[in-house]
Design a protein around this ligand. Structure first.
Ligand SMILES: Cc1cc2nc3c(=O)[nH]c(=O)nc-3n(C[C@H](O)[C@H](O)[C@H](O)COP(=O)(O)O)c2cc1C
Ligand SMILES: [Fe+2]
Ligand SMILES: [Fe+2]
Length: 412
């Protein structure tokens, strides 16, 4: 590994393939939305062929200066024959603007037909652009690139490239992850549970809304019969070896199909003055040591959990519990926001239980039920307390606990 400075490193993935990796430890809210204290990397790849160098995607423009310096250390950027754009979101296309300004830059830019419009609108530059056809092959000496259109993962212009002679699939956002892992994971045994969580979180935050297109893309890869030894995404680690590639393909299919992990319950709650929190504590006591794994996300006056983590965790939960209160004649605002994300991003079928608290009019429950009509959440049970629970409320909570355990696949 060569390091040009703290943020940028260069790795030889294979004899003819360099990875230029930017680590962004400063980003707090990815897409100005997702909390990622684990940071993120932007991966750009340079393929050297006998007929010139090819660049696959760039990085976030905040890092252009160091990125260009790193690029120059692996090739003369004036010699780039092609720049392949898999996706125009600026975390991958931003530095193309600075690259295109380099004196003598003359590469042809290849991408999905919709890409040229986005080059104009997002980057406002003129480049030699050529659109690719789905399945088109480009021969460069002994190297063959095959372009595979995979629209709406998560923008309309998304594309993969298969480098035939290295059995390498360049996938941009797909199969990527947050965090700053080692540059390469060689073998399924090195795919840690923590890294899978970062991958699942990225999937839930960024791609989850387009689960049906993920399934189409996975089917397409299968029907093309490509053998993939190496996956090169634009965030996180390069995945090397058939076993790790297959494992990640399987994970993607299971997330895209919304398959739940048995025994996992996600509890989301808000509490202003502790009434809802008391009910959640009562519930947690009842499910403790009963064989379910509870992941708790709370929003109170002293604590706010990570929304991006919450979505990642909910993606494969078997049961979802929402506990919240009434506020100004409606649903507590943070709950409204979180559920709008659940509906728009995940939209998976999920057995859901509601616990609401109110002072004089249980508007939270009414609004929650309305939200259900526009979602795939399946309302399985509800319990409402007039702030302090009565004995009858706690008996109802006993029943609800039994239902939750059964629903999670655990005998009550
Ligand atoms: C700012 C504020 C606004 C509230 N608005 C309503 C309301 O519109 N209708 C209602 O029935 N209760 C309302 N309440 C009462 C709470 O919903 C009720 O006390 C509930 O138990 C609070 O639970 P929590 O402290 O766990 O959030 C409000 C409470 C607060 C603090
Ligand atoms: Fe993206
Ligand atoms: Fe991205």
């Amino acid at each position: 590994m060569k390091s040009t400075n703290d943020n940028v490193s260069i790795h030889k993935v294979m004899k003819n393939l360099d990875l230029i990796r930017v680590t962004d430890a400063k980003v707090k809210y990815f897409e100005a939305l997702w909390e990622i204290p684990e940071g993120v990397t932007y991966n750009s790849y340079v393929l050297h062929t006998s007929e010139g160098a090819v660049l696959f995607d760039t990085v976030n423009s905040d890092f252009s200066r160091d990125y260009l310096e790193a690029l120059r250390s692996v090739t003369d950027v004036r010699d780039f024959r092609y720049v392949i754009v898999h996706h125009m979101e600026p975390d991958h296309s931003g530095s193309l603007k600075d690259l295109a300004r380099v004196e003598g830059f003359r590469a042809e830019v290849l991408g999905h037909p919709l890409t040229s419009r986005l080059i104009k609108s997002l980057l406002n530059i003129e480049v030699k652009f050529r659109q690719t056809r789905d399945g088109e092959e480009l021969k460069l000496g002994a190297t063959t690139l095959k372009f595979i259109h995979v629209p709406w993962l998560h923008w309309p212009e998304t594309m993969f490239t298969y480098v035939e002679d290295f059995r390498t699939l360049m996938t941009c956002d797909a199969f990527g992850a947050y965090s700053m892992p080692p540059y390469m994971i060689s073998g399924a045994e090195y795919l840690s549970a923590e890294y899978v969580r970062f991958m699942r979180k990225y999937f839930a935050n960024i791609i989850g809304r387009y689960r049906e297109n993920v399934i189409k893309a996975l089917d397409k890869l299968e029907s093309l019969g490509l053998s993939v030894d190496l996956m090169a995404p634009s965030h996180g680690a390069v995945l090397s070896g058939v076993d790790v590639v297959n494992r990640v393909l399987k994970l993607y299919r299971s997330w895209a199909e919304g398959i739940a992990e048995g025994g996992k319950v996600v509890v989301l709650y808000t509490s202003m003055y502790g009434y809802v929190e008391r009910m959640v504590e009562e519930l947690l006591e009842r499910v403790a040591d009963r064989g379910v794994r509870v992941e708790l996300f709370k929003f109170t006056s002293v604590h706010r959990d990570n929304v991006a983590d919450f979505l990642g965790s909910l993606l494969d939960a078997g049961v979802f519990v929402i506990a919240t209160s009434t506020y100004d004649g409606g649903l507590f605002p943070i709950t409204k926001y979180l559920l709008s994300l659940v509906v728009s991003k995940l939209n998976v079928e999920k057995p859901t239980y509601l616990i609401t608290a109110y002072g004089w009019n249980d508007a939270a429950l009414r609004e929650l039920k309305n939200l259900f009509s526009s979602s795939k959440l399946v309302l399985k049970g509800e319990l409402t307390v007039n702030s302090t629970p009565t004995k009858a409320d706690l008996t109802r909570l006993d029943e609800m606990t039994r239902e939750i355990l059964t629903q999670s696949g655990v005998s009550p």
